[in-house]
Design a binder for this molecule. Structure first.
Ligand code: C2E
Ligand code: MG
Ligand code: MG
Ligand code: MG
Length: 291
């Protein structure tokens, strides 16, 4: 109890204290081993282009196949990975693994599809960040246009640094997206200078599109802004036909969400690829190809 610690009460509420909790320590050592034991895996969620019902991108989303706790979503271990710095080696693994998967799907005869990868701020700040990406692209012989790096608004804090790194990434030929757009702080000036190609409009704004609130003012404003800046926009977290219809009325054709598909394991995607693409086409209101 905090009381019994007397003078040191304040420690109970410091962020460092969190690092030392028993549960954290156990989980930290588990997480350190997880990469070696190949317990970390990437699931992939389609981003759909409703204009033709095609898959514009697969977003790579990490999961941990924990030996006792089952499949853990990133919300359960990414915060710990951030606090302990483990996010850096994990993030490097994510980049290589996404490239490896892209190559494997190519070998299996699936049509080449862009892969979006989430980047953490700590990873972004590492001196070898661009080199890590360039190395993975080369190792798996991936055309850089197939890799989309998702950054967040927090990475714009050191403007000059961010601008330089993003310029290097763009000159490699990669695609850049701003994730969770609208939840942080980013000015139009940043977006333009950073050469971001896609804004991913956060789910919180999509949630307002149906039911009682049914408010599309912010969405329409963000879409108009993206358009003015020559950027694309993706709507994240679309769960219903009603939301999809509102978005299409507002002029947003790039859709990600459970309405089309949850994140899937690579094995599921490979085994059910035809059904998956047919289902997506049908839900997008497009005729399916005859196979
Ligand atoms: P995010 O990048 O914004 O990813 C979208 C999240 O929304 C994913 O959660 C996805 O499963 C979820 N989602 C997609 N469509 C729907 C929907 O229709 N309804 C609902 N309720 N949720 C939907 P997930 O996989 O749990 O990932 C959460 C966050 O963890 C990600 O948010 C991202 O910030 C982070 N993350 C995931 N993978 C990585 C990674 O490899 N590296 C880093 N640094 N962060 C990651
Ligand atoms: Mg993302
Ligand atoms: Mg997002
Ligand atoms: Mg999000």
């Amino acid at each position: 109890k905090a009381k019994s610690l007397g003078k040191n009460d304040y420690r109970m509420f410091s962020p460092e204290m969190h690092l030392h909790s028993r549960e954290d320590l156990l989980m930290e050592s588990d997480l350190r081993n997880a990469m070696d034991r190949e317990e970390l895996i990437l699931y992939y969620q389609p981003i759909v282009d409703v204009t033709d019902g095609s898959i514009a991108c697969f977003e790579a989303l990490i999961r941990w196949k924990h030996p006792e706790s089952g499949l853990l979503s990133p919300g359960r271990f990414i915060p710990l990975a951030e606090r302990t710095g483990l996010i850096v080696p994990i993030g490097e693994w994510v980049i290589r693994e996404a490239c490896r998967q892209h190559q494997e799907w190519k070998r299996q005869g699936l049509p080449p599809t862009q892969i979006c990868v989430n980047i953490s701020a700590q990873q972004f700040l590492k001196k070898n960040f661009v080199q890590t990406i360039a190395g993975a692209l080369e190792a798996y012989d991936i055309n850089p246009k197939y890799l989309d790096i998702e950054i967040t608004e927090s990475m714009a804090m050191d403007f000059t640094y961010a601008e330089n790194v993003l310029r290097e990434l763009r000159s490699l030929g990669l695609h850049l997206s701003m994730d969770d757009f609208g939840t942080g702080y980013s000015s139009l000036y940043y977006l333009k200078r950073f050469n971001i190609q896609t804004l991913k409009i956060d789910k919180t704004f999509i949630d307002d599109l149906a039911g009682e609130s049914n408010d599309s003012v912010l969405i329409s404003t963000m879409l108009a802004m993206a358009d003015t800046l020559g950027m694309k926009a993706v709507a994240e977290g679309v769960e219903s036909k009603e939301q999809l219809d509102r978005l299409l009325e507002a002029g947003s054709p790039l859709i990600q969400g459970f309405y089309f598909s949850p994140p899937l394991s690579p094995g599921t995607i490979q085994r059910t690829y035809t059904e998956l693409t047919d289902t997506i086409k049908r839900k997008a209101g497009k005729g399916v190809d005859l196979h």
